[in-house]
Design a protein around this ligand. Sequence first.
Ligand code: C5P
Length: 398
Amino acid sequence: MLADRQILLIIGGGIAAYKSLDLIRRLRERGAGVVPVLTRAGQEFVTPLTVSALAGRKVFQDLFDLTDEAEMGHIELSRAADLVVVAPATADLMAKMAGGHANDLASTLLMATDKRVLIAPAMNVRMWDHPATQRNLATLRGDGILIVGPDEGVMACGEFGPGRMAEVPQIIAAIEGALSAGPLAGRHVLVTSGPTHEPIDPVRYIANRSSGAQGTAIAAALRDLGARVSFVTGPASVPPPAGVEVVRVETAAEMLKAVEAALPADAAVFAAAVADWRVSNAAGQKMKKDGAGGLPALEFAENPDILATVSRMSEGRPKLVVGFAAETHDVERHATEKRARKGCDWIVANDVSPGTGIMGGTENAVTLITAEGPEAWPRLSKDETARRLAARIASALG
Ligand code: C5P
């Protein structure tokens, strides 16, 4: 898929720049051409010589290099590529992009390009969490910039949290996703997945058996068709797919907030197994088994119905809203009723009665309920079910 594709790679100034050297190698191994651009700050971390040796060509460094201007103007440079990748994208580069600056080669290329831009942010956790960076991130998302990472973990500066640049395989997957100009290119799709955890006290919670496998497969299939995918996931047992924007949540209330923050979207698929109730008298401290008053009495409150909330939005409702229904009997009738009750466009219904082996298994047998009625699909792997659903979504969005 990457063979003969041209990637314009802008290397910003951050310790993660060393990973970009490996990124160049891996891209070239796959047959892609890499046109490297090294910012002034980037040169503090990796040398132009190393970058050009790995890329097998000249590295571009300065906007006002007249020879370069004569050979290949920055406009041409920014458009000859199939994709522009910024890795690492520093807080400063993101701010420049969000503000529309064009005062050096990298920022000018980013302003002048007519190609998709993928950024791999990398910075100190405080810098990432700073409202200015988060504001810039939201602006860039709104501008259609693709974002991969950052990951969470121990950082070079010794602090812990989100800010580490995504690993090379994850960036490659995102590049492949961006280059597959599939039918969903330019579309934004939101997917919820996994279970929710509802706290009883700081150490205990109520959960369910959802693995997140089907939601994860759907997110990956949508990505493969070229969509930008926001993936809002509860604590699932399968890892989220590469090349999607992952938002991790625990409770239903957090999931609703994350969904609202990720909108607008062209389509939304609610595959999460959201807890219907939360514990309204959750304790702030660990409950003691020998506490006064004997056994604790849990009280419950109803959780927000995320699917119904989004389906009934008067403004900014995704064009296509897809819900799931896990039923153990009378699947078609219950799912048809659910579609009407929730106000969504489609329901993907499945029979999760114990004999089917579907819950927690690798296969699924679904009935798709649309305005035209039910449509039974054959028993397929969850990946194949996801691919079919993604293809249907693509044709519905037109
Ligand atoms: O009502 P029920 O839980 O069976 O509905 C299942 C569908 O509704 C799924 O798509 C699920 O993701 C969604 N849902 C939700 N918020 C809830 C409960 C369910 O989005 N609180």
